[in-house]
Ligand binder design. Structure first.
Ligand code: A3P
Length: 331
């Protein structure tokens, strides 16, 4: 195991298994401090990928080597990458896509993070059996370069930002990136001041990067919305199957929708915590519980006050100028 400089800013409870070496921080490294309430988080910046310098960061490879190796990773024509900002329904779409790829409404034997570009070394990702359904929260600049000279397919999943942010706070706290006592009101105010260009943390930055990329007209990208999947999963699975060219099979699509309902998927996820990228059952169970928290459209109405909502809408109008995509905030 490499250098021990990376301090854990939350020493209580579970101590993560430090799987990967982490080279000493040098003067060439860019370090940014992110303040989302409570103890500010120090992060190593590599492009727009941030690696938080808390002990949790050691459950992922050192980004200074990992990011270039993912950029140079080989891709096959039949590989698929799911791209989504965190908390947009990545687990849901990954399981649906895995079922479509295998042609069976059987849960994938492993947890979604087992094919996540941020977490898994390139050589391990390449050795996973086909169909390979990778997933990532990276912006286009973080994707393997071969995505663009192979025929592989990209699924770009979006969710309305208000529900994303409500879902995001327990996720950040669960990953010990924000102190557990930080309350929603403080978090959302800090979040609205966030300027750092980060694929993982900054929904506005991430989404603008993707829209600019989509405008360039790259082929083989299919856009989906969480709200549409929730509204009519069979319809959306049918459309997705067409894009993936896996053939028409309405019975299978209905079975997949049912197997991937919120309750069923949560139950299935709890039964595969042994395959979690982190090697700790209790932690994996906790992660699963906040990953499958509520699964609804419009929960933001229980959190955003009128004043915060107005401020958020004004910020959205300013930051997302020129982007005419309409998010659905209720069904
Ligand atoms: P909530 O926190 O609002 O419940 P991601 O997989 O990108 O981390 O996204 C997690 C969000 O997707 C969580 O939102 C989770 O409940 C929701 N989700 C997961 N599976 C779902 C399903 N089958 N149906 C609806 N929502 C689901």
């Amino acid at each position: 195991m490499g250098d021990k400089q990376v301090a854990c800013n939350t020493s209580s409870e579970w101590k993560p298994e430090l799987k990967y070496d982490f080279d000493p921080i040098s003067s060439d490294d860019e370090i940014v401090t992110v303040d989302l309430g409570g103890t500010p988080i120090q992060c190593l910046k590599n492009g727009d990928a941030l690696q938080p310098l808390v002990q949790m960061a050691r459950v992922v490879p050192d980004y200074r080597k990992h990011i270039p190796s993912i950029r140079n990773m080989e891709m096959d024509d039949d590989d698929v990458i799911i791209c989504a900002f965190a908390k947009s329904g990545t687990h849901w779409l990954w399981e649906i896509t895995s079922m479509l790829g295998s042609g069976k409404a059987d849960y994938h034997g492993k947890e979604k993070n087992s094919t996540m570009l941020e977490l898994i070394p390139a050589e391990v990702l390449r050795s996973t059996p086909k169909p390979r359904i990778y997933n990532t929260h990276f912006t286009p600049q973080g994707l393997p370069m071969h995505v663009f000279d192979r025929k592989c397919k990209i699924l770009f999943l979006q969710r309305n930002p208000k529900d994303v942010l409500v879902s995001y706070l327990p996720y950040l706290q669960g990953h010990k990136l924000i102190d557990s006592e930080i309350k929603w009101d403080e978090f959302i105010c800090k979040y609205m001041e966030l300027e750092v260009e980060s694929s993982l943390l900054n929904w506005f930055y991430y989404t603008i990067q993707w829209f600019e990329f989509l405008k360039e007209g790259h082929g083989n990208i299919y856009c989906l919305a969480y709200e549409d999947l929730k509204d009519d999963p069979v319809r959306e699975i049918t459309k997705l199957a067409k894009f993936l060219e896996v053939g028409e099979n309405s019975d299978l699509f209905k079975d997949i929708a049912e197997k991937c309902s919120f309750q069923n998927l949560k139950q299935a996820a709890l039964s595969k915590i042994d395959t979690f990228a982190i090697n700790n059952k209790e932690a994996a169970k906790k992660f699963t519980n906040f990953t499958y928290r509520k699964g609804e459209v419009g929960d933001w109405k229980n959190y955003f006050t009128v004043a915060v909502n107005e401020k958020f809408d004004a910020l959205y109008a300013k930051k997302m100028k020129g982007i005419d995509f309409k998010y659905r905030y209720s069904l």
